[in-house]
Design a binder for this molecule. Structure first.
Ligand code: NAD
Ligand code: DAU
Length: 333
């Protein structure tokens, strides 16, 4: 199969591209704007693979998207601004990429008759105290991130309904694993713990997330690409739920740092309390998660320990300024 993968230089996209090239033998064109979160190094091992190509462009660039989509069988869209805290501080790019970018991709897919897979998130359903969201749960997003992701999902659904474009949507829960940018909870805590820096827990730390190992989510998206029914949404949630404080305590144990590094800080505005997804529909397509949280977290800590060359340039660059703005103190203080 020949695929166009947008946002393929990011965390989940690069894991997905690796699976499709190595395990499926797909020809893959990656189109990525290389924002602060996108890195060509994430795909370094795939350079030179037959059919692999990289284009630096934004999904809102209609000319670049049109050229890249010529002759492909399907497009998978990972391209997004993905950090909730950044969407609260500076929502502009979230609106451009999720609304305008998704529109440009859908138009290109519609006019060329290309199958379209939208990668989305459990956050579009909002927070749930008990039980799990299904694909028919109402959309009640809380943040500028999740609201613009929900808007993109609705636009995708409208292209199916109005134009008959072959669209599917796959909504994942919180991913973790190798290549995740260290602004997100798990890599941030792992790197801070390895450096003896404070571990900033928002609010009371009792918010619950439904953790999925990145390779499991990438396979779920592949399943939806290969077997999903056009016009359908598929949830893909991880096998385990865990409160943030427990995640941090497990990282303290795995890294051997002291728990005096844990520090309670001001809560995120509008913070969702709990996410939980029912994944029965995608399981019926033959997918199931393989990695339990305990094992996946240990793998992840080991990967960050062994791949300092990957994260050192991040921690020494613009990220330092972001960290200072976000936590009100310099990295290392
Ligand atoms: P990420 O931030 O690691 O990567 C995003 C990628 O998109 C980067 O390579 C970036 O350069 C690229 N990008 C951003 N704006 C772009 C634009 N306008 N044009 C082209 N490329 C652009 O994100 P991630 O965690 O890998 O998330 C990928 C997708 O999965 C997103 O759509 C996200 O909403 C969704 N998702 C993420 C999670 C999670 O826990 N990380 C869970 C469920 C769903
Ligand atoms: O649920 C899927 C979503 O998961 C994705 O759609 C998003 O792209 C992804 O960023 C993630 O969103 P969260 O807001 O859940 O992830 P984050 O890693 O930012 O935070 C996880 C939890 O940890 C959340 O309750 C906030 C808390 N947190 C986070 C950071 C960065 C802290 O307590 N301290 C921190 O320093």
């Amino acid at each position: 199969m020949k695929l166009l993968v947008c946002g393929g230089a990011g965390f989940i996209g690069s894991n997905f591209v690796r699976q499709r090239v190595v395990e499926h033998g797909d020809a893959v064109i990656v189109l990525d704007k290389l924002t602060y979160a996108g890195r060509e190094e994430n795909l370094a091992d795939l350079r030179g693979e037959p059919g692999f190509e990289f284009i630096r462009a934004g999904i809102e660039d209609a000319a670049a998207v049109g050229g890249a989509m010529a002759g492909v069988d399907a497009v998978v869209n990972f391209a997004a601004e993905t950090h909730v805290d950044r969407s609260i501080a500076e929502p502009d790019a979230f609106i451009t990429t999720h609304a305008l970018g998704t529109f440009v991709l859908l138009e290109a897919a519609r006019t060329r008759g290309v199958r379209y897979v939208q990668v989305s998130t459990d956050e579009v359903y909002g927070s749930i105290e008990e039980g799990s969201f299904t694909e028919s749960s109402p959309l009640q997003p809380s943040s500028p991130y999740s609201a613009t992701k929900a808007g993109a999902d609705l636009l995708v659904a409208s292209y199916r309904h109005t134009f008959g474009t072959e669209t599917v949507i796959c909504r994942g829960s919180n991913n973790y694993g190798p290549f995740q940018y260290p602004e997100k909870l798990i890599p941030l805590m792992v790197l801070n713990a390895l450096h003896g820096d404070k571990l900033p827990v928002y609010g009371d730390g009792m918010q619950v997330r439904n953790w999925i190992y990145v390779e499991d989510f990438a396979r779920a998206i592949g399943h939806v690409l290969d077997h999903g029914e056009p016009g359908n949404v598929y949830n893909a949630g991880g096998p385990d739920e865990c409160a943030n404080l427990e995640v941090v305590q497990r990282i303290v144990q795995l890294t051997g740092c002291g728990d005096e590094l844990i520090e309670y800080v001001t809560d995120r505005p509008g913070h969702d309390r709990r996410y939980s997804l029912s994944s029965e529909k995608v399981r019926a397509l033959g997918w199931e998660p393989r990695m339990r949280f305990g094992d996946g977290l240990a793998n992840t800590v080991a990967w960050y320990r062994e791949n300092a060359a990957w994260w050192e340039p991040i921690r020494s660059g613009d990220y330092r300024a972001y960290y200072e703005r976000q936590y009100g103190r310099a990295l290392g203080d």
